[in-house]
Design a binder for this molecule. Structure first.
Ligand code: DX5
Ligand code: ZN
Length: 218
């Protein structure tokens, strides 16, 4: 069964505290938190102060996805705010090794992400030092887009390389996951899946979360 990680991007921004409590109460273990800088992606969300404000309300793993041109400048702030996993993009301008090292110095798990047009091989130089991989299945920037299923093919490439090095790094997919494609994603090897609209946008979030979990069981 894959781990379904609801994305706060699709929550009601006027009620963030209640939204976090509610989504934890349906059984969520990992909360995906999208940070957009209006530069790396054409959209803005919120910063580390949101992570800091929500941290005392929840025991969920805070999986923080930095869609930022210069994440290196903000990693310490996101770590101190209470992030558990901090993921940066291979396509950003910061030095990736420095980002990973700093995330580790802060005592957090380091993740690397690839956008749809980036080949999975871009992750290979860093596989020995990361704990998390995020494969984008939409162009980052907005929730509620349709999955690009061809991106799922990257998972097998990544897993084969990890296996050849004796590594087991969880691969998460992000974008457009819903009840109609979650099984295909699980079959493609996704260990974790972000679900924004499919959970927070549902009238019955518990039912939607449970359905995605059940369908991801292969
Ligand atoms: C998109 C974000 C995603 C987004 C996914 O740039 O990285 O995490 O919240 O939302 P859905 O599941 O609605 O595509
Ligand atoms: Zn994300």
């Amino acid at each position: 069964m894959a781990i379904i990680a609801p994305s706060l991007l699709s929550a009601d921004f006027t009620r963030m505290g209640e939204e976090v409590r509610e989504i934890e109460s349906v059984g969520t273990k990992v909360l995906h938190i999208d940070i957009m800088d209006g530069h790396f992606v054409p959209n803005l969300t919120f910063g580390y102060t949101m992570v800091k404000a929500l941290r005392p309300l929840s025991g969920m793993v805070f999986d923080v996805h930095l869609m930022m041109t210069d994440p290196l400048a903000y990693i310490e702030n996101f770590a101190k705010a209470g992030s558990d996993v901090i993921t940066v993009h291979t396509e950003c301008d910061s030095d990736l090794s420095q980002c990973i090292d700093l995330i580790h110095q802060c005592g957090k798990k380091a993740g690397l992400s690839v956008k749809p047009k980036t080949s999975p091989e871009a992750l290979f130089p860093y596989l020995d030092k990361i704990e998390h991989i995020l494969v984008m299945t939409v162009e980052p920037g907005f929730g509620g887009q349709s999955m690009m299923p061809e991106c799922l093919d990257k998972i097998a490439v990544i897993k084969a390389e990890c296996a050849s090095r004796g590594l087991r790094i969880p691969v998460m997919i992000d974008g457009g996951v819903n009840a109609s494609n979650v099984r295909r994603a699980a079959e493609a090897g996704a260990d974790m899946m972000v679900a924004g609209n499919a959970v927070f946008g549902a009238a019955d979030r518990a039912a939607a979360f449970n359905e995605l979990n059940a369908l991801s069981e292969i």
